[in-house]
Design a protein around this ligand. Structure first.
Ligand code: FAD
Ligand code: NAD
Length: 474
């Protein structure tokens, strides 16, 4: 079979791959994008983990459960009493599925409009930049050849021997997004991003949630003061987060799941109706056969790349979760654009120091840049300014006073080095910090920027003022 030739072949249509393919087509490069994901009905479903089983369905359920929780717990303080509040989980799940469907259809449309050749099937590398695609549904094979190949094969959940996922009683994040009943007692292994987000969803809907975390510290990558307030807030909401707890064995049986674990008090056991395993994700290279093309993996099984996303094989690039760096959708997309612009002869730019993180609990936890611990370890002299939402007019009006903004700036130059936020909508507030830091702003620059009143963003303004000990409202 003769190969079909393209300027760029992208493997994977997650937020890394489909964005890279669209940008390549915009730049006039003939582009094919191969993706293996199909929905429950067997239809192609581009968008990868993010749209199908990650960012989007989790946020749909977080929003639905948040509305339910607010009706019961926030609105009475506003003088609003709703009686007999109930929810219909089947409708909630159907809405989530519709959101996913709308977005994946949108991606299909975007690929089509941009004249990207979309192919559904599993791609395997062979010598050079040749790719064999086993078409979905046993419809045979296609052979592709790209002048450049972009590997965007994403990641899959890590499964652990002590808690074998069976898809029924013991599930990973994908299973936990699809529960058709609310488990009365829900166990979760891992108090990371997924454990906290999905723990929040099911706790708001009525589960008694226990989270086992082997580390002694809560969210070690986050600012310590923010992490400690977030832990308090989540605990108040009913999440039983057990730090320093290591699960030794989880066994599913007809009535539920028995979990044996060690913690400060020694060996213990608990019974649950369901257990979610959320202990991290690993790069996905299954079926790809990277070695066939001379693409090497690092010691953690991720596709090895240089700072510009080049693999060890000439003309083959890797982006997103499949390679090193944070496993975040926006990191994958921005790497995709940068790589394609490099291929097209442009500069291609992504500042890996400035990738924001958001954890969509309530309040949300967001940060960008360095933490106090990073700066102390690096011996950087810095000053910090904080401002609590308790002293912010808009937060008080909304009844959303938990949280604060912390800003860290260079002691000599005042350049902002990190911003850390715990707030009702920290995910939106962090964008101001992202822009400021991308432009090398100083805390003084934010302090001298007029912020609308009353807004939660005024807390950023006040934190910037606080870096110079001149906050007004505290
Ligand atoms: P993926 O999205 O994993 O896409 C890879 C695609 O490649 C898949 O469609 C896969 O089927 C396909 N593929 C793999 N191998 C082959 C092959 N050989 N041939 C053909 N196709 C192949 N990130 C955020 O930034 N914000 C969030 O709120 C967020 N929430 C999340 C919630 C959950 C529950 C999970 C699990 C993840 C979440 N993430 C979030 C992480 C985010 O989903 C990933 O970082 C992102 O999807 C990575 O994009 P990617 O393009 O690298 O890979
Ligand atoms: P994670 O790395 O965020 O957290 C896993 C947690 O499990 C860690 O705290 C780890 O110490 C703990 N752990 C590991 N093994 C354990 C064990 N045997 N017993 C008890 N605890 C154990 O991983 P995750 O929550 O699975 O999420 C995977 C990745 O997906 C995230 O790192 C992130 O990149 C991405 N994600 C992002 C978002 C977002 O951006 N809002 C949401 C969900 C997922």
């Amino acid at each position: 079979m003769q190969p079909e030739h393209f300027d760029v072949v992208v493997i994977g249509a997650g937020p890394g791959g489909y964005v890279a393919a669209i940008r390549a087509a915009q730049l006039g490069l003939s582009t094919a994008c191969v993706d293996a994901w199909v929905d429950a009905r067997g239809n192609p479903s581009p968008g990868g983990t993010c749209l199908n089983a990650g960012c989007i369905p989790s946020k749909a359920l977080l929003d639905s459960s948040h509305h339910y929780h607010n009706l019961r717990h926030l609105l009475p303080a506003h003088g609003i009493d709703a009686k007999e509040i109930t929810f219909d989980l089947a409708r909630m799940q159907a809405r989530k599925n519709k959101v996913v469907d709308t977005l994946t259809r949108g991606v299909k449309g975007l690929l089509r409009k941009n004249r990207v050749e979309s192919i559904t099937g599993l791609a395997t590398l062979s010598q050079g930049k040749r790719i064999e695609v086993a078409l979905h549904g046993g419809k045979g094979h296609r052979i592709l050849e790209g002048k450049n190949v972009i590997l965007a094969t994403g990641s899959v959940p890590i499964h652990i021997e002590v808690a074998p996922v069976d898809g029924e009683r013991i599930v990973d994040s994908e299973g936990a997004l699809a529960f058709s009943t609310v488990p009365e007692r829900l166990g979760i292994i891992g108090a990371g991003v997924i454990g906290l987000e999905l723990g929040s969803v099911w706790s708001r809907l009525g589960s008694k949630v226990t989270i086992f975390e082997s580390l002694p510290d809560f969210l070690p990558a986050a600012d310590r003061k923010i992490a400690s307030q977030a832990l308090q807030s989540l605990t108040r909401q009913g999440l039983d987060i057990r730090l320093g707890s290591r699960v030794k064995r989880a066994r599913a049986h007809s009535q539920g799941v028995s979990v044996d674990f060690d913690d400060h008090g020694g060996a213990s056991a608990l019974e649950f109706d369901r257990l979610i395993v959320a202990v991290g994700r690993r790069a996905n290279t299954e079926g790809l056969d990277p070695a066939a093309a001379g693409v090497l993996l690092d010691e953690q099984g991720r596709i090895r790349t240089d700072a510009d996303c080049r693999t060890d094989a000439e003309g083959i690039w890797a982006i997103g979760d499949a390679t090193s760096g944070p496993m975040l959708a926006h990191k994958a997309s921005d790497e995709g654009v940068a790589v394609v612009e490099r291929i097209a002869g442009g500069v291609g730019h992504i500042d890996h120091r400035l990738v924001p993180w958001v954890i969509y609990t309530h309040p949300e936890i967001a940060w960008i840049g360095s933490s106090e611990a990073d700066l102390t370890e690096a011996g950087v002299d810095f000053r910090s300014g904080s401002f609590p939402f308790l002293a912010n007019g808009r937060a008080l009006a909304a009844g959303e006073t938990t949280g604060m903004v912390r800003m860290l700036s260079d002691a000599a130059t005042d350049r902002i080095l990190g911003v850390h936020i715990l707030a009702a909508n920290a995910s939106e507030l962090i964008a101001e910090a992202s822009v400021a830091m991308a432009f090398d702003a100083s805390a003084e620059d934010i302090a001298r920027t007029v912020h609308a009143h009353p807004t939660l963003a005024e807390a950023l303004h006040e934190a910037a003022l606080a870096c110079d000990n001149r906050t007004i409202h505290l």
